[in-house]
Design a protein around this ligand. Sequence first.
Ligand SMILES: Cc1cc2nc3c(=O)[nH]c(=O)nc-3n(C[C@H](O)[C@H](O)[C@H](O)COP(=O)(O)OP(=O)(O)OC[C@H]3O[C@@H](n4cnc5c(N)ncnc54)[C@H](O)[C@@H]3O)c2cc1C
Length: 386
Amino acid sequence: MCGGILSVMKNNSSFDVIIIGLGAMGSATAYHLAKRGVRVLGLDKFSPPHTFGSAHGKTRVIREAYFEDPCYVPIVQRAYELWAELERESGAKLFEQTGGLMIGKPDSVVVTGAARSAQLHRLAYESLTAEEVEHRFPALRLSDGMVATYEPRAGVLFPERCVEAHLSLAIRHGASLRCDEPVISWNSDGGSVRVKTEKGEYRAARAVFTAGAWTTKLLAKLALPLHCERQIAFWFEPRQNPHQFASGNLPVFIMEYASGKSFYGIPDFGDGFKVARHHEGETIDPDRVNREVSRAEIDSIRSLLRVFLPDAEGFLRTASVCIYTNAPDSHFVVDLHPQHRQVVIASPCSGHGFKFSSAMGEILAAMTSDQPPLLDINLFGLKRFG
Ligand SMILES: Cc1cc2nc3c(=O)[nH]c(=O)nc-3n(C[C@H](O)[C@H](O)[C@H](O)COP(=O)(O)OP(=O)(O)OC[C@H]3O[C@@H](n4cnc5c(N)ncnc54)[C@H](O)[C@@H]3O)c2cc1C
């Protein structure tokens, strides 16, 4: 993609900031830094948007009543503003509002957590019974005792377009981007950071590591307690009542169908109804991902559909393998490198980071400029790993 959008390498190969990884977080950081007039070099192992990391698959959920922790709410609120700005600046359609349902038992993490965030931050939300959910959204069947929290502002982002918009505009604002150029090593002498790729060597005052699933490999000395998890998204053609699955008739939803186990669904935007388990995947090496989807994996998702969305279980159009990079507590990792303070680490997002990437780009741009974080990101610090 960088080749396609004609990145221009500056004459000298010295930069203010080098960004390693131009997926969700790195593309946004490149955009925010370049917009401030910072001399940015962005490097990627592949050509984003691509299908080898964590930012592909046509759609990503964005929601505000955040069940994971209320501290994410101000960040996602800033992200909403920045996605809208990016839509205006790029002219691309990046977001569609669908509303969002968090479904589970009354004491489930998704239902109680979403309501807690909504109450704390005074967000609009409704508590719905199973009957109310099924009446409003007839595609869904809830099991006994389930309830839901409904938030009207939730919706869908189109991730490939978002990454492309950030990268195109970063270039327009003067960033140099080099794709298909993996970083193989780096070091810092305190005054600057040197980054070696398969094609050259670059130097900058600062560096930002936004390498997603490859973060632990690039920062091996830190021995970060992260693990990569194989995830599969499926797109089904509903076997009947397809209109009930269309955007406008079905909100995005996350259903905690058993304690600690969830799956999510995204309405049909023309590619089919999207459904996936959230976690429950095998631990993998990001350089050796099995991208084949087995019969057993298809049967397993079909068994969930038969219970909770019986009309969805029609022809399987396609399936796609993607990677979560998980921290033990399922929160993000965003901090300065403990030994090299001119290096910022930001990426592993435990499978729920895309929605924040517009705001994260702004936060990371500020961090590389020695400004205090624009929003509270204490939850994401490295100190918690000891
Ligand atoms: C199936 C699936 C569904 C998801 N659904 C949602 C959702 O609904 N909502 C949500 O908010 N989030 C969701 N997420 C999570 C979200 O997509 C990720 O948190 C986010 O994409 C992580 O962004 P990132 O920039 O850290 O990683 P990526 O977007 O993967 O970017 C990392 C980049 O680093 C590059 N790189 C790696 N190593 C090197 C190297 N050595 N040299 C140069 N470049 C390198 C890679 O090529 C890649 O482009 C989902 C993730 C998956 C897998």
